[in-house]
Ligand binder design. Sequence first.
Ligand SMILES: C[S@@+](CC[C@H](N)C(=O)[O-])C[C@H]1O[C@@H](n2cnc3c(N)ncnc32)[C@H](O)[C@@H]1O
Length: 215
Amino acid sequence: MSIITKCFCVFKIIQYYKIMTTLEVYIEERLQNQIIKIDSNNTNIEIFLNKGSSFGSNHSTTSLSLQAISYLKKEFGSVYTSLDLGSGSGILSILMKKLGTNKVFSCEIDEYAKKESILNFKSNFTNESHHPTFIQNPLEADYSYDLIAANISGSYLPNNFNKICKIINTDGYLIISGFNINKEHKYSSLAFENGLKTLKTFKDSPWLSIVFQKK
Ligand SMILES: C[S@@+](CC[C@H](N)C(=O)[O-])C[C@H]1O[C@@H](n2cnc3c(N)ncnc32)[C@H](O)[C@@H]1O
């Protein structure tokens, strides 16, 4: 094997290793349109999802996030403004809106997922004025929310935790999801450092979602 071939092989191995360790792929195969039924405080809510491949229908991290949003509505009532950080199919934005949040903002870095979110908004709300609004770079903007839901795995949450906490209003809520139960202490500590207290955890082993309140 020539030295050039050897170098190329090493380069490819490094590249493959980087992809395996840093790139988070969020895909769910929905071959058919689907209706997700949510029992929220004895009210049955239906969310229509068009067939597609954006994340956000059957995975446990999504279900735990839906439960957390329903819990907040049941225990503390409606919030005025919320952010769905990493909307995927748009399922969390849609639930927030259906539970009475006035202004729902959605953010998504994947253009295909964003398109699917928008299609799902259209299928769930006939009136366009009820659609959640897409925004970019909410962590850099001068706007804060009563509720942020972030179901994003990997290093995104720990790397951006401080910034996320800064754009939550006092007494507002943060729902995080997309990580394993063994990370509970790590996120509780991060939250404590940022003036958040833990309200509730939702578990479906090995997955965990945590609801915090900013004090
Ligand atoms: C695990 S999926 C969650 C989708 C949906 N919110 C749910 O709960 O099922 C994470 C989504 O976040 C998006 N995402 C990842 N990093 C992001 C970032 N920095 N800003 C916005 N969206 C991001 C991904 O493209 C993906 O669609």
